[in-house]
Design a protein around this ligand. Structure first.
Ligand code: ZN
Length: 461
């Protein structure tokens, strides 16, 4: 951004919303720089860099945008307006805060002089002119409405005088400049048609962002990738074999009751190679443990992000679709210590270094031993008492929050994928993304993730 050449080449690649975004960002930069220029000398350097001769970044953007086409100019209009008004807004604010706004008027005069000096072709001239005198958004109106009307009665006459002096000086500068830039009538008329009023508000297209669930996926993927895991994805439509049997959950196993799901009814196929029916929507990301181990010999270190389904009725913590990340590590030398160390590393990266962790024995058909993994409540610092007194509502006073289930891979599972259970060992875990996102960001209803209400989504840009 510092170099004018970079700026030009960036601009040329952009159009439409990208161009708009770029110019708005640029105007924010100019505003920030104006605010950080404290001394008169710094202000001078700032004005020259953006609006003067060295190199006049705002002018470069203006010319490049207008050289492209009308649509580019329309897209960039809002950003350009901000860019060119930035110093004036700042000086007017100074003036409001000052006992006597004389210095603010000095700054305004110097800024307008700099601008008009560079308005040396008709498009620039017209733009500066409307920036000054546009009735709604112009600088002149802003001075009258904010500096003059709000001035204390004892200095009001003086402020009026500053204002009149500035106005007549600006008019004079415009008149001089017009003599120089006046061209023949045909061209003038053509330009008048093309003229874009810089002071009009432009078309503001909202810029989107990632859904909170996607952001949490990304955050977790980054943590695990940084310690050597790779990311794989799998099908959401599964066979009962991968979803249940190969994970050591035979038919009529009671666990299947908790994982009731949606079965797909497909028309009978004449193709003998077609997938066997029935098919179901996977209830967890664990089938990818099997699919990965079938394809790959140890060592295996993968995480599997994705959507999963269960036949749950919607309420504040249940939904028929939700999100998981499965993790699996299998090698010849993986111990329970590797397992706890990895999980603890992840939790501290995600919730911060001050949380404590603990395991409780649990049961899953495909891990042995199995654990439930708890974290000390990050909201009350693991005390069970809210900062304002009373019971912490997040952990309900328990000081611990249940996070997810995990365990060492049950040797029976290796039998399904032709791994030698005597030689390899490993661990697996299944993290509920929705639950983690709700905990971390203090959200109390899982349904908001699926309602696509922008008032909610906008809070997590
Ligand atoms: Zn708590």
């Amino acid at each position: 951004m510092e170099s004018a050449h970079e700026l030009i080449s960036d601009l040329e690649k952009l159009s439409g919303p990208q161009l708009q975004h770029f110019v708005i960002e640029l105007s924010d930069k100019a505003r920030a720089e104006a605010q950080q220029s404290y001394s008169n000398e710094q202000q001078d350097q700032f004005l020259q860099k953006w609006y003067g001769r060295e190199p006049g970044l705002a002018w470069i953007v203006f010319d490049k945008t207008y050289a492209k086409d009308r649509s580019a100019a329309a897209w960039a209009r809002y950003g350009l307006q901000n860019l060119f008004k930035a110093p004036a807004d700042l000086y007017i604010n100074y003036g409001i805060l000052a006992e006597d706004p004389e210095e603010a008027f000095d700054h305004l005069r110097y800024f307008l002089k700099t601008l008009i000096a560079r308005a040396n072709h008709p498009e620039r001239f017209a733009a500066v002119r409307s920036l000054w005198e546009s009735r709604n958004q112009g600088i002149k109106t802003a001075i009258r409405e904010h500096l003059l009307k709000n001035a204390k009665p004892d200095i009001k006459p003086r402020v009026g005088q500053y204002f009149n002096q500035l106005s007549s000086l600006v008019e004079e500068l415009f008149a001089q400049k017009q003599l120089i830039t006046e061209t023949d009538g045909v061209e003038e008329a053509a330009l008048a048609r093309e003229r874009v009023d810089l002071s009009l508000p432009g078309v503001i297209r909202p810029v989107g962002s990632h859904h909170l669930i996607r952001q949490v996926f990304q955050e977790i993927e980054d943590i695990f990738v940084s310690i050597g895991f790779s990311v794989v994805e799998g099908p959401e439509i599964e066979t009962p074999y991968y979803n249940f049997e190969a994970l050591n959950i035979p038919e009529f196993h009671p666990v299947r009751d908790d994982m009731d799901t949606f079965y797909l009814e497909l028309p009978p196929s004449s193709d003998k190679k077609a997938a066997p029916t029935p098919l179901l929507l996977r209830t967890h990301t664990s089938p990818m443990q099997i699919r990965t181990m079938e394809k790959q010999k140890p060592p295996v270190r993968v995480i599997v992000p994705g959507k999963v389904y269960r036949r749950d009725n919607p309420d504040a913590t249940h939904s028929f679709a939700f999100h998981q990340i499965e993790g699996l590590a299998v090698d010849t030398d993986i111990t329970f210590c590797d397992f706890t160390g990895t999980i603890e590393y992840f939790v501290k990266q995600f919730f911060g270094p001050s949380v404590k962790t603990r395991f409780r024995p649990s049961y899953f058909p495909f891990t042995e031993p199995s654990v439930e993994f708890d974290v000390s409540c990050p909201f009350c610092g693991g005390t069970g008492t809210a900062a304002a007194g009373g019971t912490c509502t997040k952990c309900k006073g328990a000081a611990w929050i249940e996070l997810f289930g995990a365990g060492m891979v049950d040797p029976a599972v290796y039998g399904f994928v032709n791994y030698d259970a005597k030689k390899v060992s490993g661990f697996a875990f299944g993290i509920g993304i929705d639950r983690l996102a709700m905990l971390k960001y203090g959200i109390d209803d899982i349904q908001v993730f699926f309602q696509n209400d922008v008032r909610f989504l906008r809070q997590f840009p």
